[in-house]
Design a protein around this ligand. Structure first.
Ligand code: HSE
Length: 347
Protein backbone atom coordinates (compact mmCIF):
# COMPACT_ATOMS: atom_id res chain seq x y z
CA UNK A 1 0.00 0.00 0.00
CA UNK A 2 1.25 3.50 -0.70
CA UNK A 3 2.22 5.80 2.16
CA UNK A 4 0.76 9.14 1.13
CA UNK A 5 2.62 12.30 2.08
CA UNK A 6 1.74 15.99 2.27
CA UNK A 7 4.68 18.40 2.15
CA UNK A 8 4.35 21.74 3.93
CA UNK A 9 7.02 24.15 2.76
CA UNK A 10 8.78 23.58 -0.53
CA UNK A 11 12.13 25.32 -0.17
CA UNK A 12 15.55 23.71 -0.47
CA UNK A 13 14.87 20.87 1.97
CA UNK A 14 11.48 20.02 0.44
CA UNK A 15 12.94 19.99 -3.05
CA UNK A 16 15.94 17.98 -1.82
CA UNK A 17 13.58 15.42 -0.32
CA UNK A 18 11.55 15.19 -3.54
CA UNK A 19 14.78 14.68 -5.45
CA UNK A 20 15.66 11.76 -3.14
CA UNK A 21 12.22 10.23 -3.72
CA UNK A 22 12.62 10.55 -7.49
CA UNK A 23 16.01 8.86 -7.36
CA UNK A 24 15.21 6.15 -4.84
CA UNK A 25 11.51 5.41 -5.17
CA UNK A 26 11.91 1.98 -6.77
CA UNK A 27 14.78 0.98 -4.49
CA UNK A 28 12.82 1.99 -1.37
CA UNK A 29 9.89 -0.12 -2.55
CA UNK A 30 12.05 -3.11 -3.35
CA UNK A 31 14.31 -3.03 -0.28
CA UNK A 32 11.96 -1.84 2.45
CA UNK A 33 8.47 -2.15 0.98
CA UNK A 34 8.08 1.64 1.31
CA UNK A 35 5.98 3.12 -1.47
CA UNK A 36 5.99 6.84 -0.67
CA UNK A 37 3.65 8.99 -2.74
CA UNK A 38 3.38 12.79 -2.50
CA UNK A 39 -0.27 13.83 -2.76
CA UNK A 40 -0.02 17.43 -1.52
CA UNK A 41 2.53 20.24 -1.54
CA UNK A 42 1.74 23.58 0.04
CA UNK A 43 4.13 26.51 0.14
CA UNK A 44 3.28 30.04 1.20
CA UNK A 45 5.18 31.61 -1.71
CA UNK A 46 5.35 28.91 -4.39
CA UNK A 47 1.69 27.92 -4.33
CA UNK A 48 0.07 24.59 -3.62
CA UNK A 49 -1.05 21.42 -5.36
CA UNK A 50 -3.05 18.40 -4.31
CA UNK A 51 -4.06 15.25 -6.10
CA UNK A 52 -5.49 12.39 -4.06
CA UNK A 53 -3.86 9.84 -6.37
CA UNK A 54 -0.42 11.42 -6.28
CA UNK A 55 1.44 14.30 -7.91
CA UNK A 56 3.90 13.65 -10.69
CA UNK A 57 7.22 14.60 -9.07
CA UNK A 58 9.06 14.93 -12.38
CA UNK A 59 6.50 17.52 -13.46
CA UNK A 60 6.63 19.22 -10.05
CA UNK A 61 10.39 19.70 -10.31
CA UNK A 62 10.20 20.72 -13.97
CA UNK A 63 7.67 23.41 -13.06
CA UNK A 64 9.76 24.66 -10.11
CA UNK A 65 12.98 24.66 -12.14
CA UNK A 66 11.35 26.66 -14.93
CA UNK A 67 9.29 29.18 -12.96
CA UNK A 68 10.27 28.92 -9.29
CA UNK A 69 6.59 28.30 -8.50
CA UNK A 70 4.04 25.50 -8.60
CA UNK A 71 1.37 27.46 -10.52
CA UNK A 72 2.32 26.14 -13.97
CA UNK A 73 2.02 22.46 -12.98
CA UNK A 74 -0.13 21.03 -15.81
CA UNK A 75 -3.87 20.84 -15.32
CA UNK A 76 -5.37 17.38 -14.91
CA UNK A 77 -8.66 15.93 -13.62
CA UNK A 78 -8.72 15.77 -9.84
CA UNK A 79 -5.99 18.41 -9.35
CA UNK A 80 -6.69 20.98 -6.61
CA UNK A 81 -4.73 24.20 -6.29
CA UNK A 82 -4.41 26.89 -3.68
CA UNK A 83 -4.82 25.11 -0.32
CA UNK A 84 -3.13 26.83 2.60
CA UNK A 85 -1.07 24.71 5.01
CA UNK A 86 -4.04 24.46 7.36
CA UNK A 87 -6.42 23.42 4.55
CA UNK A 88 -3.86 20.90 3.38
CA UNK A 89 -3.59 19.32 6.83
CA UNK A 90 -7.37 19.21 7.19
CA UNK A 91 -8.28 18.02 3.69
CA UNK A 92 -5.40 15.96 2.31
CA UNK A 93 -5.71 12.19 2.16
CA UNK A 94 -2.05 11.91 3.22
CA UNK A 95 -1.25 9.75 6.22
CA UNK A 96 1.83 11.80 7.12
CA UNK A 97 2.55 15.51 7.05
CA UNK A 98 6.18 16.39 6.27
CA UNK A 99 6.65 19.79 7.91
CA UNK A 100 9.44 21.78 6.25
CA UNK A 101 8.30 25.37 6.67
CA UNK A 102 10.80 27.94 7.94
CA UNK A 103 12.28 27.63 11.41
CA UNK A 104 11.37 30.29 13.93
CA UNK A 105 12.98 29.11 17.15
CA UNK A 106 11.63 32.04 19.15
CA UNK A 107 7.95 31.09 18.70
CA UNK A 108 8.18 27.68 17.03
CA UNK A 109 5.44 28.85 14.66
CA UNK A 110 3.84 28.04 12.28
CA UNK A 111 5.25 24.55 12.78
CA UNK A 112 3.79 24.07 16.29
CA UNK A 113 0.24 24.80 15.05
CA UNK A 114 0.81 22.53 12.08
CA UNK A 115 1.75 19.66 14.42
CA UNK A 116 -1.26 20.26 16.66
CA UNK A 117 -3.69 20.40 13.73
CA UNK A 118 -2.19 17.29 12.16
CA UNK A 119 -2.29 15.26 15.39
CA UNK A 120 -5.92 16.31 15.94
CA UNK A 121 -6.91 14.88 12.56
CA UNK A 122 -4.93 11.68 13.14
CA UNK A 123 -1.90 12.36 10.94
CA UNK A 124 1.76 11.63 11.68
CA UNK A 125 4.25 14.48 11.44
CA UNK A 126 7.85 14.24 10.27
CA UNK A 127 9.92 17.43 10.51
CA UNK A 128 13.42 18.86 10.46
CA UNK A 129 12.44 21.99 12.37
CA UNK A 130 14.13 22.65 15.73
CA UNK A 131 11.53 25.10 17.04
CA UNK A 132 8.65 22.82 18.11
CA UNK A 133 11.00 20.21 19.56
CA UNK A 134 13.05 22.71 21.57
CA UNK A 135 10.07 24.70 22.82
CA UNK A 136 7.24 22.22 23.33
CA UNK A 137 8.62 18.69 23.24
CA UNK A 138 6.69 17.07 26.09
CA UNK A 139 3.39 18.68 25.19
CA UNK A 140 3.59 17.73 21.51
CA UNK A 141 4.94 14.22 22.14
CA UNK A 142 2.06 13.63 24.55
CA UNK A 143 -0.46 15.07 22.07
CA UNK A 144 0.78 12.71 19.34
CA UNK A 145 0.64 9.71 21.72
CA UNK A 146 -2.93 10.52 22.78
CA UNK A 147 -4.01 10.66 19.14
CA UNK A 148 -2.18 7.43 18.30
CA UNK A 149 0.12 9.03 15.71
CA UNK A 150 3.89 9.44 15.41
CA UNK A 151 6.01 12.60 15.58
CA UNK A 152 9.57 12.24 14.27
CA UNK A 153 12.26 14.88 13.85
CA UNK A 154 15.70 13.34 13.28
CA UNK A 155 16.79 16.35 11.23
CA UNK A 156 16.34 18.81 14.10
CA UNK A 157 19.88 18.09 15.34
CA UNK A 158 22.75 17.46 12.88
CA UNK A 159 20.43 16.99 9.86
CA UNK A 160 20.81 13.46 8.44
CA UNK A 161 23.60 12.46 10.86
CA UNK A 162 21.56 10.43 13.36
CA UNK A 163 22.41 12.35 16.52
CA UNK A 164 19.02 11.52 18.06
CA UNK A 165 18.33 8.04 16.78
CA UNK A 166 21.80 6.68 17.49
CA UNK A 167 21.63 7.18 21.28
CA UNK A 168 17.93 6.27 21.44
CA UNK A 169 18.20 3.09 19.40
CA UNK A 170 21.78 1.92 19.11
CA UNK A 171 23.16 3.02 22.51
CA UNK A 172 20.11 1.77 24.42
CA UNK A 173 21.00 0.09 27.74
CA UNK A 174 23.81 2.53 28.48
CA UNK A 175 23.47 5.33 30.94
CA UNK A 176 24.52 8.44 29.04
CA UNK A 177 26.33 10.59 31.59
CA UNK A 178 27.29 13.47 29.35
CA UNK A 179 26.84 14.79 25.85
CA UNK A 180 29.19 17.25 24.22
CA UNK A 181 29.17 18.34 20.62
CA UNK A 182 30.04 20.69 17.83
CA UNK A 183 26.46 21.36 16.83
CA UNK A 184 26.75 24.40 14.59
CA UNK A 185 28.38 24.27 11.16
CA UNK A 186 28.65 28.03 10.66
CA UNK A 187 30.76 28.66 13.75
CA UNK A 188 32.90 25.58 13.26
CA UNK A 189 33.56 26.68 9.70
CA UNK A 190 34.47 30.16 10.94
CA UNK A 191 36.85 28.92 13.65
CA UNK A 192 38.52 26.57 11.16
CA UNK A 193 38.97 29.35 8.60
CA UNK A 194 40.28 31.76 11.24
CA UNK A 195 42.87 29.17 12.33
CA UNK A 196 43.87 27.66 8.98
CA UNK A 197 43.27 30.50 6.56
CA UNK A 198 43.99 33.44 8.89
CA UNK A 199 40.61 34.93 7.92
CA UNK A 200 39.18 37.63 10.16
CA UNK A 201 35.94 36.94 12.02
CA UNK A 202 33.95 39.05 9.52
CA UNK A 203 35.55 37.41 6.46
CA UNK A 204 34.91 33.94 7.86
CA UNK A 205 31.26 34.79 8.63
CA UNK A 206 30.75 36.20 5.14
CA UNK A 207 32.09 32.97 3.61
CA UNK A 208 29.85 30.83 5.83
CA UNK A 209 26.85 32.91 4.76
CA UNK A 210 27.79 32.62 1.10
CA UNK A 211 28.04 28.86 1.44
CA UNK A 212 24.53 28.79 2.91
CA UNK A 213 25.42 27.36 6.33
CA UNK A 214 24.33 30.34 8.41
CA UNK A 215 20.78 30.91 9.64
CA UNK A 216 18.86 33.82 8.05
CA UNK A 217 19.94 35.84 11.09
CA UNK A 218 23.52 34.70 11.77
CA UNK A 219 23.29 36.04 15.34
CA UNK A 220 21.63 32.75 16.10
CA UNK A 221 24.77 30.92 14.98
CA UNK A 222 27.55 33.15 16.27
CA UNK A 223 25.98 33.93 19.65
CA UNK A 224 25.22 30.28 20.36
CA UNK A 225 21.40 30.35 20.24
CA UNK A 226 21.25 27.67 17.52
CA UNK A 227 23.40 25.37 19.68
CA UNK A 228 21.35 26.24 22.77
CA UNK A 229 18.18 24.98 21.05
CA UNK A 230 19.97 21.80 20.02
CA UNK A 231 21.15 21.31 23.63
CA UNK A 232 17.53 21.69 24.80
CA UNK A 233 16.46 19.02 22.30
CA UNK A 234 19.25 16.61 23.27
CA UNK A 235 18.50 17.07 26.98
CA UNK A 236 14.78 16.36 26.56
CA UNK A 237 14.78 13.76 23.86
CA UNK A 238 17.93 11.77 24.65
CA UNK A 239 18.29 12.25 28.42
CA UNK A 240 14.66 12.90 29.36
CA UNK A 241 15.65 16.10 31.19
CA UNK A 242 13.42 19.10 30.54
CA UNK A 243 15.58 22.24 30.61
CA UNK A 244 14.62 25.88 30.31
CA UNK A 245 16.55 28.27 28.09
CA UNK A 246 17.79 30.25 31.09
CA UNK A 247 19.28 27.11 32.66
CA UNK A 248 21.80 26.90 29.81
CA UNK A 249 24.89 29.06 30.15
CA UNK A 250 25.36 30.57 26.70
CA UNK A 251 28.27 32.34 25.06
CA UNK A 252 29.00 32.52 21.34
CA UNK A 253 32.22 32.99 19.40
CA UNK A 254 31.94 36.70 18.68
CA UNK A 255 34.64 37.52 21.22
CA UNK A 256 37.19 34.97 20.06
CA UNK A 257 40.15 36.73 18.48
CA UNK A 258 42.80 35.59 16.01
CA UNK A 259 45.35 36.03 18.83
CA UNK A 260 43.48 33.61 21.08
CA UNK A 261 43.32 31.13 18.23
CA UNK A 262 47.09 31.38 17.63
CA UNK A 263 47.83 31.11 21.36
CA UNK A 264 45.75 27.93 21.58
CA UNK A 265 47.56 26.52 18.57
CA UNK A 266 50.93 27.16 20.25
CA UNK A 267 49.66 25.28 23.32
CA UNK A 268 48.62 22.29 21.16
CA UNK A 269 44.94 23.14 21.59
CA UNK A 270 42.04 24.30 19.47
CA UNK A 271 38.96 26.44 20.16
CA UNK A 272 35.59 24.85 19.48
CA UNK A 273 32.09 26.10 20.22
CA UNK A 274 30.69 23.27 22.32
CA UNK A 275 27.19 22.43 23.43
CA UNK A 276 27.40 20.34 26.63
CA UNK A 277 25.13 18.57 29.08
CA UNK A 278 26.68 16.87 32.10
CA UNK A 279 24.85 14.83 34.72
CA UNK A 280 26.63 14.53 38.04
CA UNK A 281 24.91 13.01 41.08
CA UNK A 282 21.51 14.35 40.07
CA UNK A 283 22.98 17.76 39.17
CA UNK A 284 22.62 18.88 35.57
CA UNK A 285 24.96 21.39 33.99
CA UNK A 286 24.26 22.60 30.47
CA UNK A 287 26.29 25.13 28.52
CA UNK A 288 27.11 26.55 25.13
CA UNK A 289 30.53 28.17 25.03
CA UNK A 290 33.88 28.24 23.23
CA UNK A 291 36.32 25.84 24.85
CA UNK A 292 39.97 25.00 24.17
CA UNK A 293 40.24 21.29 23.43
CA UNK A 294 43.37 19.16 23.46
CA UNK A 295 44.14 18.00 19.95
CA UNK A 296 43.72 14.42 21.16
CA UNK A 297 39.99 15.02 21.72
CA UNK A 298 38.07 13.53 18.76
CA UNK A 299 36.06 16.75 18.51
CA UNK A 300 39.24 18.83 18.04
CA UNK A 301 39.92 17.22 14.67
CA UNK A 302 36.48 18.04 13.25
CA UNK A 303 36.91 21.01 10.93
CA UNK A 304 34.86 23.07 8.49
CA UNK A 305 31.09 22.93 8.60
CA UNK A 306 31.10 19.33 9.87
CA UNK A 307 29.37 18.58 13.18
CA UNK A 308 30.25 15.96 15.79
CA UNK A 309 28.86 14.72 19.06
CA UNK A 310 30.32 12.57 21.85
CA UNK A 311 28.05 10.53 24.10
CA UNK A 312 29.79 9.46 27.31
CA UNK A 313 28.24 6.12 28.20
CA UNK A 314 28.63 3.95 31.31
CA UNK A 315 28.95 0.63 29.44
CA UNK A 316 30.27 1.41 25.97
CA UNK A 317 32.50 4.33 26.98
CA UNK A 318 32.61 7.46 24.85
CA UNK A 319 31.13 7.20 21.37
CA UNK A 320 31.58 10.00 18.86
CA UNK A 321 29.44 10.54 15.79
CA UNK A 322 30.81 12.84 13.07
CA UNK A 323 28.89 14.09 10.05
CA UNK A 324 27.07 16.85 8.25
CA UNK A 325 24.98 19.18 10.38
CA UNK A 326 23.17 20.91 7.53
CA UNK A 327 22.68 20.70 3.78
CA UNK A 328 19.78 20.14 1.45
CA UNK A 329 20.41 16.52 0.60
CA UNK A 330 21.50 15.64 4.14
CA UNK A 331 18.38 17.21 5.65
CA UNK A 332 16.19 15.61 2.99
CA UNK A 333 17.76 12.31 4.03
CA UNK A 334 16.78 13.00 7.67
CA UNK A 335 13.15 13.09 6.50
CA UNK A 336 13.64 9.82 4.68
CA UNK A 337 15.08 8.05 7.77
CA UNK A 338 12.05 9.15 9.81
CA UNK A 339 9.63 7.98 7.12
CA UNK A 340 11.22 4.57 6.75
CA UNK A 341 11.30 4.07 10.52
CA UNK A 342 7.69 5.24 10.75
CA UNK A 343 6.72 2.71 8.11
CA UNK A 344 8.61 -0.01 10.02
CA UNK A 345 7.01 0.97 13.33
CA UNK A 346 10.42 1.65 14.85
CA UNK A 347 11.92 4.63 16.67
N1 HSE B 1 22.88 27.37 10.82
C1 HSE B 1 22.96 26.01 11.25
C2 HSE B 1 24.43 25.62 11.26
C3 HSE B 1 22.19 25.13 10.31
O1 HSE B 1 25.28 26.43 10.85
O2 HSE B 1 24.76 24.53 11.71
C4 HSE B 1 21.77 23.81 10.90
O3 HSE B 1 20.98 23.94 12.05
Amino acid sequence: MTHKLALLGFGGVGQGFVQILREKHEQLKELYGCDFEVVSISDLYKGSLHHSEGLNLDKVMETIDQTGKLDDYPEEPGLVRGWSSEETIGRTNAKTIVEMTFTDVKTGQPAISHCQLAFDVGKNVVMTNKGPVALLYNNLADHARRKGVRWLFEGAVMSGTPALRMPLAALVGNEITSIKGILNGTTNYMLTKMEDGGLSYEEALKEAQELGYAEADPTSDVEGYDVMYKVLILAEVVLGIPLQRDEIKRQGISEITLEQISEAKAEGKRWKLLGKIEQNGGQIRASVQPEKLDLSDPLAGVGGATNAITYECDLSGPITLVGAGAGIKETGFAVLIDLIQLERGQI
